[in-house]
Design a protein around this ligand. Structure first.
Ligand code: NAD
Length: 433
């Protein structure tokens, strides 16, 4: 099949490469000409395990191309995915301007029947507006389908290749059949393709993300209570996870969720609730708890140093919002570092993949170390913010030798408290004794 994917970001690039890998001819479109030029030269703009090999192979075999020319991409493709960004507006709602601009451009470019698919995460009712916008521009036949994406950054290729489920929102059997055919190679192990109406499909994505965010905030709140009452959240978590009705995923307390999805999607769903006079009270609390969590972490640092951070220097391990990605959108590290800078602290940071992004965000306001040990030279404390695998088993003697004070604030509970204290560190973690 000939496919156009419009928006070549974290989602569009993975979706395009994976569809090419299953034999389709895919053209990825973006209005960022710099990004397209780099991709054409073989430079992959994001860090995503497994993605470079996939792109290289499919470009070489002429199944995957890149362009800024939306019109020609639309004209040679029967299937068109819209995968542009839907960031948060000041009200908390999703900004749909890019989705709508693309819909109008597709309408203008139409030359024959197309299936236009909203892959971006969009509020209920968006596909109807996309249909109206295309309809204004053309008399040709087309279908609009909602097909939300559930991939996780850091495991995006695997998730796309082996999805838990595919959700297709359409009221048209012809469009449903095209999507079934397109996804057949990805569901050979029996994952379901759920064909539902468009509004239900749009809602599934928000409900899933909001629920995952709620689990995180719930555990963060439980961890705060554990600290207050003298319980150990690690064992509480294990005790909960053993219950098959609960399961073990998304039960880890920390410095709060971040990234380009959970914060934005919970806010957008809260906003949809307001619009439809159906307040999302649980989600409002989920967001409030999350906003507090990074503050609590910083306050612990402030309390330990008795409010005097002006002459203090902190080594921060991890900038990306989670391991295995270079994405820092809405990352807790930003909130934490900004608060410490406001208090006058000096920061040195290290991240295995997000250094370039960190430099773009902080410029010369913080230092960037070439590795996690140099990051701690003369530091008054190590602040562990992102749980990269390589941080889990470091050389603690080397850490201690580099630091001015052997103090660790572990924002992800990756170290074993007893062991660290035996080594002579002052150690703080989340919700543990
Ligand atoms: P992104 O910002 O990485 O990529 C969006 C791309 O769209 C950018 O390259 C941008 O230049 C391009 N773009 C914007 N306007 C355009 C236009 N008018 N024409 C052509 N290109 C245009 O965003 P992302 O993380 O890939 O997310 C895209 C959508 O997918 C969002 O709605 C997001 O919520 C959703 N989503 C993201 C993830 C994730 O893990 N990142 C997972 C599932 C769903």
């Amino acid at each position: 099949m000939n496919i156009a994917v419009i928006g070549t970001g974290y989602v569009g690039l993975v979706v395009g490469a994976c569809f090419a890998e299953s034999g389709n001819e895919v053209v990825c479109v973006d209005n960022n000409s710099d990004k397209i030029a780099k991709l054409e030269m073989g430079h992959i703009p994001i860090y995503e395990p497994g993605l470079p090999e996939l792109i290289e192979r499919n470009v070489r075999d002429h199944r995957l191309t890149f362009t800024t020319d939306l019109k020609s991409a639309v004209q040679k493709s029967k299937i068109i995915f819209i995968a542009v960004g839907t960031p948060t507006t000041s009200s908390g709602a999703a900004d749909l301007s890019a989705v709508y601009a693309v819909a109008t451009a597709i309408g203008k470019a139409m030359n024959e029947y197309k299936v236009v698919i909203t892959k971006s995460t969009v509020p209920v009712g968006t596909a109807d507006t996309v249909r109206d916008l295309i309809d204004k521009e053309t008399n040709l036949e087309f279908d609009v389908v909602s097909n939300p994406e559930f991939l996780k950054q850091g495991a995006a290729v695997d998730d796309f290749m082996r999805p838990d489920r595919i959700v297709v929102g359409t009221d048209n059997p012809r469009a449903a059949e095209i999507l079934r055919e397109l996804y057949a190679p990805f569901v050979r192990t029996g994952s379901p393709i759920l064909v539902v109406d468009i509004r239900t499909s749009e809602m599934v994505k928000y409900a899933a993300n909001a629920f995952l965010a709620a689990r995180i905030s719930f555990m963060n709140e439980i961890s705060n209570l554990c600290e207050a009452v003298g319980a150990d959240v690690d064992m509480v978590r294990k005790g909960m996870a053993a219950d098959s009705r609960i399961g073990s995923a998304f039960l880890f307390p920390g410095v709060g969720y971040g990234g380009s999805c959970f914060p934005k999607d919970t806010r957008a769903l809260i906003q949809t609730g307001r619009e439809f006079t159906t307040p999302m009270r649980i989600l409002e609390a989920v967001e409030a708890v999350n906003n507090d969590q990074a503050h609590r972490f910083v306050n612990r640092v402030i309390d330990h140093f008795k409010g005097k951070l002006k002459d203090k220097r902190f080594g921060v391990w991890g900038l990306s919002f989670k391991p295995r990605t270079n994405d820092m959108r809405d990352a807790p590290a930003i909130r934490i570092i900004e608060q410490l800078l406001r208090k006058g602290a000096a920061i040195s940071a290290y991240d295995p993949e997000a250094m370039e992004e960190g430099k773009r965000i902080f410029g010369s306001r913080i230092e960037f170390a070439p590795n996690n040990y140099d990051c701690l030279t003369g530091a008054d404390a190590l602040l562990l913010v992102t749980e990269w695998q390589e941080f889990r088993n470091p050389n603690f003697e080397r850490i201690k030798a580099a630091m001015r004070n052997p103090v660790i604030f572990d924002g992800r509970n990756i170290f074993e408290a007893g062991h660290i204290r035996d080594l002579g560190f002052t150690y703080f973690s989340i919700g543990r004794k």
